[in-house]
Write a protein that binds this ligand. Structure first.
Ligand code: XMP
Length: 526
């Protein structure tokens, strides 16, 4: 993630040539999902805070507006508000949850606090007159999360769906305004994506024009315009974001881009060699591979605190990177793989989310270097980055890699990092990955890996007593890493991984499985 002092672009999302579906964010935890679902239909959608200045919104020339949910109560004076002229823009509007209440309250209806909060599943009974939901099975199981509810609909609207406790759907087809009390963007809602599809395709008649190919063309053009005859530098981390960002910029400016891949000694087995080679061959990039592992390990000696590890790794990275930049001399641009969720977070109505771990500090911009930023992935979600990578010709090996934290294996060895512990976690991780891939689960999991616990337990191997370390297996499903469920892996797979780890990794005699979801756990152990 970039430090704000280096941001050169507008804080609002970029405006591509297509007119976007604009999601006004009222603070819901599901806002990003709304935009993702729309993009899955190949329609460009952006998120802006509900407080976006009205002329800024007009400048975006939205095809339609979606008002997100949010935790507040509409009549609370401190509740988030949008400029009421949004209802005069003469574009279709869809309100979701708080968005419905906001519409009802400000278009002449009435909202009240419910006697009890409706949270979780509800049964939606659909009225046959509904234009938006016509022909869908009724009742539908829908996902709810609201305290207030509508008691009087605004003039011109009619009620077209109810749950047991609330008016759940209101519509004014003449002015193309629709609102739902439940969350169609959440996978738990039956027909949720179909409901959004109907709004986008049937009501708004938005053409599908958001494809990786057209994104690549536009962004190459933009990069050429920005960089002119200049030179650029890109730090490669082994992850998919920096690989795709570098390849895209490489397409635009050729060998005026230099990639620097620093081996911090904390990468996975074979990663440094295979990623460097793939980017040279598939991405046709000029890659400088720098082995700095001994410097990193030296500074990490004796350090056990997770945040101290992150700080040291971030700091050492900057030193190495600065040395490389100086060696090249005369480079004006720095490529960063910033993704859309970071951009959204920086303009969220809730303010940037509280930092639980000092993420993204590795690869952060050296504060005293004066680069201009190229951030070609600023408008993409992670799955879109993967689609762009495939379109650019990068192999599945690179494109479908699971996310890997910047501080690498350092946060997967609890306590002190030593060469021997790195060997153990690296070997164990390679076994987990190989077995997960062999079972065909690698792409279905958000992350799957091994953690080394320097906790010694007694075991018996052959006839001998052992006293050795423990490995924990962590496998999670997630859409964005913000929340995650532990993944129920098949018993035979777990058994194979455990047997192999104990047999093949010297120094480990016990394997345990982490069955904590996020929250309350985090994905990484440190
Ligand atoms: P947690 O552990 O907070 O992780 O649930 C959420 C996602 O972020 C990754 N992660 C990091 N990424 N630097 C990074 O670049 C870090 O320090 C870091 N810590 C966690 C983690 O792998 C997961 O995908």
């Amino acid at each position: 993630m970039t430090s704000s002092s280096h941001r050169t672009s507008s804080p609002y999302p970029p405006t591509p040539s297509a007119r976007p579906i604009v999601v006004l964010d009222f603070g819901s935890q599901y806002t990003q999902l709304i935009a993702r679902r729309i993009r899955e239909m190949h329609v460009y959608s952006v998120i802006v805070p509900c407080t976006v200045p009205f002329d800024e919104l007009v400048r975006m020339s939205p095809q339609a507006l979606i008002l997100s949910g949010g935790p507040a109560s509409v009549y609370d004076p401190a509740s988030p508000r949008a400029d009421l002229r949004i209802f005069k823009l003469n574009v279709p509007v869809l309100g979701i949850c708080y968005g419905l209440q906001f519409m009802a309250a400000h278009l002449g209806g009435k909202v009240e606090s419910a006697s009890r909060r409706e949270y979780g599943f509800a049964r939606l009974e659909i009225d046959r007159q509904s234009e938006l939901l016509r022909g869908l099975p009724s009742p539908l199981r829908v996902w709810n999360s609201h305290g207030d509810h509508v008691v009087e609909v605004p003039p011109g609207f009619r009620i077209t769906g109810r749950t047991e406790n609330a008016i759940a759907v209101i519509e004014n087809p003449e002015s193309r305004m629709f609102a739902l009390e439940f969350h169609p963007e959440v996978r738990h809602t039956e027909q949720g994506s179909e409901i959004l599809r109907r709004f986008i395709q049937d009501i708004c008649r938005t053409p599908a024009n958001w494809f990786p190919g057209s994104f690549i063309e536009q962004s190459i053009e933009r990069i050429r315009e920005q960089v002119g005859e200049g030179r650029a530098l890109c730090a490669i981390s082994g992850g998919v974001d920096s690989a795709v960002a570098a390849t895209l910029v490489g397409r635009a400016i050729g060998d005026r881009l230099t990639c620097v891949f620093v081996d911090n000694g904390l990468l996975r087995k074979g990663e440094f060699e295979s990623v460097s080679a793939a980017l040279r061959e598939q991405g046709h990039l000029k890659v400088r591979s720098v082995d700095a592992s001994s410097r990193f390990l030296q500074r990490l000696r004796g350090v056990t605190d997770p945040e101290a590890k992150r700080k040291i790794i971030g700091d050492e990275f900057i030193r190495v990177f600065e040395e490389e930049a100086r060696r090249l001399g005369n480079v004006e641009y720095l490529v960063q793989g910033t993704l859309y969720p970071d951009v959204i977070e920086s303009v969220s109505v809730n303010g940037p989310a509280a930092t639980i771990k000092s993420h993204h500090n590795v690869g952060g911009l050296p504060p005293n270097l004066t680069f201009q930023l190229i951030e070609p992935l600023r408008e993409l979600f992670k799955d879109e980055v993967r689609a762009v990578g495939r379109e650019l010709g990068l192999s599945e090996e690179i494109v479908s890699r699971q996310p890997f934290p910047g501080p690498g294996l350092a946060v997967r060895i609890l306590g002190e990092i030593t060469a021997d512990r790195l060997r153990m976690v690296r070997e164990a991780d390679a076994i987990v990955t190989e077995e997960i891939r062999g079972a065909g689960l690698y792409n279905r999991l958000w992350q799957s890996f091994a953690v080394l616990l320097p906790v010694s337990t007694v075991g018996v191997m052959g006839d001998a007593r052992t006293y050795a370390f423990t490995v924990a297996i962590r496998a999670v499903e997630s859409e964005d890493g913000m929340t995650a469920d532990w993944a129920p892996l098949p018993a035979e797979l777990l058994q194979r991984m455990a047997t192999r780890i104990v047999n093949e990794v010297r120094g480990v005699n016990r394997v345990v499985l982490d069955i904590t979801s996020k929250p309350p756990g985090t994905i990484e152990w440190e």
